[in-house]
Write a protein that binds this ligand. Structure first.
Ligand code: NAP
Length: 439
């Protein structure tokens, strides 16, 4: 074996991802050394409980409950504990001690990213986080490196596997949200507390990370508009299907021309919500728990990145790619690649967003109602592109269900108009309002 320089690698966490990273690092050490140009010595693995059950057997002598000695003298620290603390403190400590960091921790990066990148910048260290958005899918490096010479206009991502699994099954089977969620929990696709996934928090963290990179702007998590999928029901799915759409939970990161809010005339919008996606769009064919990120760049055009967004061994692939990159940099020397946030574009609230909408209303079935609804829409500067009416016969009375597709409208105008429809006296119920993306 080539006599490589030896690098000390410390691993914090040996759960679903960490145990696979350790196993692969030990199994393919020689091969990874050839690729990295350095031998990667796994010096220890910190865990909470030495006796916890693990997906793979790891050498007992590598496990410790005390991360401190591992951090001292490490060249590369891999953080796979998750959560904010003690991950944040350990990473800051490792950076202070001169290590490069590899992490998959989206929650930490989305909330404390600027602090960590600043600390790394000060000592010329690097933070690698390919696994923090969309698991095994290479998307961080393409945005940071491959597209560094281009201008990203828009990213639309299916970045949460649990919600895609649920929506996909609802679409295929016509089932209700609660039934599919219960099934997903039984099968291990959803957590017992599914809030982070179904309310869009996990996708919002990834959206903040992707938008920060794509638009060279520090995007705080608080600037990401977030809506989950809990109100999506079988009727909405059915209506979407009939209209040629599928409902997907999307993370949308978009560059906007908005002279009002920025001297440069540009701003960005970052949002997570369930949206109607045309069935012929590449994102519509992302099934099960898979993820995909659709990127539109000024020169490159449309690009699609697709694959496993989670899973221990799949995510370990992205982590190990980062470990090899970190090792190469260590060997080559020089300061790390800092995060570019120089564009510093303002992130606009959801009210500024311009998109198309599908509004479903329940109205009285009587003459003049259609004209009244059209009048409210026109007063609100929302113009109708398509309209479909279905008569619903109930026990006592007959009502009509209107499905209105709009031309592009500003979100604030649309939301004011929906309020006005609700108050108009002719609308019995606003059944749903969904944005249309990707057409
Ligand atoms: P996990 O299965 O819960 O494992 C966490 C590991 O960290 C465990 O080994 C645990 O020790 C250790 N740990 C947790 N808190 C600790 C503490 N306070 N002190 C010391 N050790 C502690 O997590 P995971 O699924 O592997 O996820 C790790 C990271 O990868 C997270 O940031 C997650 O968001 C990210 N990620 C995960 C996936 C995925 O598919 N799982 C995909 C993409 C990104 P014990 O084993 O002793 O309990």
């Amino acid at each position: 074996m080539t006599d490589y320089r030896r690098l000390r690698v410390a691993l914090l966490g040996a759960g679903a991802v960490g145990s696979q990273v350790a196993a692969l690092l030990l199994k393919h050490g020689d091969e990874l050394a050839d690729r990295a140009g350095a031998a990667l010595d796994l010096v220890g693995i910190s865990v909470r409980d030495l006796d916890a059950r693990r997906d793979v057997d790891l050498p007992r002598e590598l496990l410790t409950t005390d991360p401190e000695p591992l951090l001292v003298g490490a060249d590369i620290v891999i953080e796979l504990m998750g959560g904010i603390e003690p991950a944040r403190t350990s990473i800051l400590q490792a950076i202070g001690a001169g290590a490069d960091i590899v992490t998959a921790n989206k929650a930490l990066l989305a909330t404390h990213g600027p602090e960590l990148f600043e600390a790394a910048d000060q000592v010329g260290a690097s933070i690698y986080y390919e696994a923090a958005a969309a698991g095994a899918i290479p998307i961080i490096r393409p945005l940071r490196d491959s597209l560094a010479g281009d201008r990203v206009q828009r990213i639309m991502g299916i970045v949460n596997g649990t919600t895609n699994y649920i929506l996909d099954r609802m679409d295929r089977e016509g089932s209700d949200f609660a039934d599919v969620l219960a099934d997903a929990q039984a099968l291990g696709y959803a957590e017992s507390d599914p809030t982070a996934d179904v309310e869009g928090y996990d996708a919002a963290q990834k959206a903040a990370i992707l938008a920060s990179l794509a638009f060279h702007t520090a995007v705080p998590l608080s600037a990401v508009h977030r809506e989950g999928i809990t109100r999506i029901d079988a009727d909405m799915m059915d209506a979407a299907r009939k209209a040629g759409y599928v409902i997907k939970l999307l993370a949308v990161c978009e560059r906007l021309a908005d002279a009002e809010v920025s001297p440069s005339g540009e701003s960005i919008s970052v949002r997570v919500y369930p949206a109607l996606v045309p069935r012929e769009h590449p994102l519509a064919s992302v099934h099960g728990a898979n993820n995909a990120v659709f990127v539109q760049a000024e020169a490159a055009g449309d690009l699609m990145f697709y694959g496993a967004g989670a899973g221990g061994v799949q995510t370990a692939s992205a982590v190990l790619g980062d470990v090899v990159s970190a090792a190469r940099r260590h060997i080559a020397g020089g300061v790390g690649v800092g995060e570019s946030t120089r564009a510093n574009l303002p992130v606009v609230p959801i009210g500024h967003v311009v998109t198309r909408y599908q509004i479903t209303l329940e109205v009285e079935d009587r003459p003049g109602v259609l004209a009244a609804v059209a009048g409210v829409l026109s007063d609100g500067r929302v113009s109708i592109a398509t309209l479909e009416q279905t008569i619903v016969t109930g026990d006592d009375a007959q009502t009509a269900r209107l499905v209105i597709g709009t031309h592009t409208a500003r979100e604030q105008d649309l939301s004011d108009t929906v309020d006005a429809l609700g108050a108009s006296g002719v609308v019995q119920r606003v059944v749903s309002v969904l944005r249309v993306e990707g057409d």
